[in-house]
Design a protein around this ligand. Structure first.
Ligand code: 13P
Length: 287
């Protein structure tokens, strides 16, 4: 059964570790993330962007697939199915379809509008027992065609949004989606520290987990980050393993063209990436 991310994130915040959100793109992805979480006895959050939602034939298809897998694969660790960077309308659709968690990303609105819309969703999510993530200060890089500049959030605005009764807060601290450029200045720990000072127990979310060095991840966790989102790194691992299989001509040998064989190295590569992240984030055996 899908669960809200509230309990797992409050435990993570108190225990000074982070739960990974791994974005899913298809059946292989979902299966790889769920099996790894079960093997490592780790809680997990499956992230779905609106673009990935369309690609996978809509939110209802995803809810059916994930619930089916939890049942058929015997997954007993806590799993939250979460909308990533949702619009207000997208959040409503996911709630109707049976997601257990949603993110409303109002970071591009003026703060008053972000507050008003977040507040409405707090009421809905509380009533249904779902977790809600809100965002202040846009995350840099490109995701689903939306390009953010990698802002540092205003800690006072973070406090205003945190006080609305959300479950977890994503705050920009110089992080970027996708690969980090050579000249990236790194995470702003002063900003993170100031945000945590004002928001207290609120679990903080670090987007753009791909390519952040291990020491920065650990420092971010020590300053209150309890959810870390990873997407691109699994995509890169999947693509590299698939490329290697094809370049070695393995698809031309026997039944190597069978998708169950062709996609197997990519599947294993996602599993290895998820394992590495869960170990780094400290969520192993925290289910
Ligand atoms: P990356 O693609 O950089 O890992 O970021 C993922 C993310 O933050 C999803 O919201």
């Amino acid at each position: 059964m899908l669960v809200s991310a509230k309990d797992m994130l409050q435990k993570a915040k108190a225990g000074k570790y982070a739960v990974g959100q791994f974005n899913i793109n298809n059946l292989e992805w979902t299966k790889a993330v769920l099996l790894t979480a079960q093997e490592l006895n780790s809680p997990v959050i499956l992230g779905v962007s609106e673009g990935a939602g369309k690609y996978m034939c809509g939110y209802k298809t995803i809810v059916g697939m994930v619930n089916g897998m939890i049942d058929e694969l015997g997954i007993t660790v806590p799993v939250a199915l979460h909308l990533d960077h949702g619009s207000y309308e997208g959040a409503k659709k996911c709630i109707e379809a049976g997601f257990s968690s949603v993110m409303f990303d109002g970071s591009h609105y003026p703060i008053e509008e972000n507050i008003a819309k977040t507040k409405e969703l707090v009421a809905t999510c509380n009533e249904l027992g779902l977790s809600l993530e809100a965002e202040v200060g846009s995350i840099g890089g490109e995701e689903d065609g939306v390009i953010g500049a990698g802002e540092c959030a205003d800690p006072k605005e973070c406090k205003m949004i945190a006080d609305l009764g959300i479950t977890m807060l994503a705050a920009g601290i110089g992080n970027i989606h996708g690969k980090y450029p050579e000249n990236w200045a790194g995470l702003s720990f002063d900003t993170l520290d100031a945000i945590q000072q004002l928001t207290g127990d609120m679990p903080l979310v670090l987007h753009g987990g791909t390519g952040i060095p291990a020491d920065m991840i650990q420092k971010a966790i020590s300053l209150g980050v309890s959810k870390i989102n990873v997407n691109t790194e699994c995509q890169l691992a999947f693509a590299a393993a698939t490329r290697e299989y094809v370049e070695a001509g393995k698809d031309l040998v026997g039944k190597g063209f069978d998708p169950r064989k062709l996609l197997a190295p990519g599947f294993e590569a996602i599993k290895a990436t998820v394992k590495e992240k869960m170990e780094l984030f400290g969520s192993v055996n925290k289910a």
